[in-house]
Design a protein around this ligand. Sequence first.
Ligand code: NAD
Length: 462
Amino acid sequence: MPTATDASTSPATTLINPADETVLRTIEHVTVEGVDDAVARAVAAQKRWAGLAPVERANALRRFATLVETAIEELARIEVANSGHPITQARWEAGHVRDVLNYYSAAPERMIGKQIPVAGGIDLTFLEPLGVVGVIVPWNFPMTIAAWGFVPALAAGNAVVLKPAEWTPLTALRLAELGLESGLPEGLFQVLPGRGSVVGTRFVTNESVRKIVFTGSTAVGKQVMAGCADQVKAVTLELGGKSANVIFADSDLEKAAATAPSAVFENAGQDCCARSRILVERSVYDRFLELLEPAVKGVKVGLPGDESTEMGPLVAKAHFEKVSSYVDDESRVAFRGSAPGGAGYWFAPTVLLPASRTDRTVTEEIFGPVVTVLPFDGEADAITLANDSIYGLSGSIWTRDLGRAIRVSRGIETGNLSVNSHSSVRYSTPFGGFKQSGLGRELGPDAAAAFTETKNVFISHD
Ligand code: NAD
């Protein structure tokens, strides 16, 4: 395990505005010792928190939601500068954090166990909090993904230590301040910026951290899972994706083409749910591409602070270089949208027609505004092609045939599907992946229970 003096760890990250490459500020990294101190504070705070009446915990989360509501514009502006998210999207994200807090503020008073019929007495189950939960967050949706972990964990009576991604810690740090201002006990919800290999690893190895919620790449998720195995530590993994947008010949082709760009280019394609493989029934393949071209060229790529911007820059230079490596002379560009020139990590929306189903642009998660379009022949082939991936996170199906919609929905191995739409994540419905897209589910009515252990107690009536 790396230590605070490990030569490979730098003491701080300099944050760069991805839209103009100006320096925003420098963020000090928390050390291993700093993590251990924070976890010790969290252990004490969790005991006080769990000892409060359920209604007091519910009201505390409601006060937190109210403060987030008043800070929506501030949080959104921070995300615009730190992550390059378009302002309209960033406002939605801050509002979503408020909504998640409000939704799970009902949970403390509904952590309901069971009474099970047995001989000789009564049998009860209790949903006991785990203690301290470690939440590790990626850079693509810094606020919302943080909230999916920390809110239901707090609602179930736990304390939370949260590590934001190195590039995008600012909104999470502000949320921790708002939590304190709203009256959460000191130490209950702490945000610890730092390196994954230091802070994230220490969450995994510290024995007082009883569960890890990890969202990020599949490669790092596997390491986290292996680390958790050492202590039989609970783990939820939300990992990569390469989701299919399956378009049948009988669909509303105009609507399918008009909506396909936002399904993959939203957040500049830096979305684990991006429908980055468009699969089109062969008989309408050419017509679909004709309709897709003006839709892609119409995506408004521009300064994230502008109200009309639909797509901003990529998050960082290193990520820009990774995405660029998928679009070379060999990669069969069909057409591209536009992007500003000059400073900033701008990448135009790009449509590729790969030479084969095994091209790396088809199989690997690019995590940028790049989509592949492939033809298929009939329903069985569509399902086979959609499932030809190590991932299974999201996806869409376009057809007017209800029976086919049901058959294909059941046939595709993925966690979150929409038919004749590209629904985004809802806090009230479960979210998570099949195969190497993850393990466990977040959000929805059962999320708080995932942060508890079931305790069974038998009480003799003798
Ligand atoms: P990443 O795996 O590089 O980093 C994710 C987080 O893990 C960061 O906070 C990082 O510092 C930390 N980390 C890095 N090494 C670690 C280690 N050894 N131990 C513990 N923590 C460590 O991912 P990223 O580049 O920040 O995010 C992009 C990836 O996240 C994509 O693959 C995307 O699909 C995935 N993602 C998945 C979901 C989902 O819900 N399934 C949502 C968003 C993003």
